[in-house]
Design a binder for this molecule. Structure first.
Ligand SMILES: [Zn+2]
Length: 133
């Protein structure tokens, strides 16, 4: 992911702030997925913030078999932990319908929005989505 976009996400959503002192894939590598999934990552952060967890940490965010995979470490009531796990599954499923590259919904004959070719346009697009939150 574009580093400037990573910074926008981390500034807006504290769950995406990386801590070098804690070894994890996310803290080491950051987002291991394309910029097109920013809308999903924003929604995921909102949903997590609505839960009442005592502790929440991202372990890894990556693309695998064209899906968004989010591994988390959560502590709190069992129902809240289960809800957080459910969210990771929900967003994995949602990622199948959204293009990882350009961010548009994936149709059968998907043609990428041209912005994916221009990092500045992707940054502007991401800024708009993140600011809308
Ligand atoms: Zn696309």
């Amino acid at each position: 992911m574009n580093q400037e976009i990573e910074k926008l996400l981390a500034d807006k959503f504290p769950i995406y702030q990386r801590d070098e002192n804690i070894p994890s894939c996310f803290n080491y590598w950051g987002f291991e997925c394309g910029d097109g999934w920013i809308p999903l990552l924003c929604d995921f952060a909102d949903e997590v913030n609505n839960l009442n967890l005592n502790h929440f940490r991202i372990e890894q965010i990556k693309e695998k078999y064209f899906r968004l995979i989010i591994y988390i470490d959560a502590e709190g009531a069992n129902s809240d932990i289960a809800a957080a796990e459910d969210l990771t599954h929900l967003f994995e499923v949602q990622s199948m319908t959204r293009c990882e590259r350009c961010g548009e919904p994936k149709s059968k004959e998907h043609k990428c929005n041209e912005r994916y070719k221009d990092p500045n346009k992707m940054l502007e697009w991401a800024r708009e989505i993140i600011n809308r939150k």
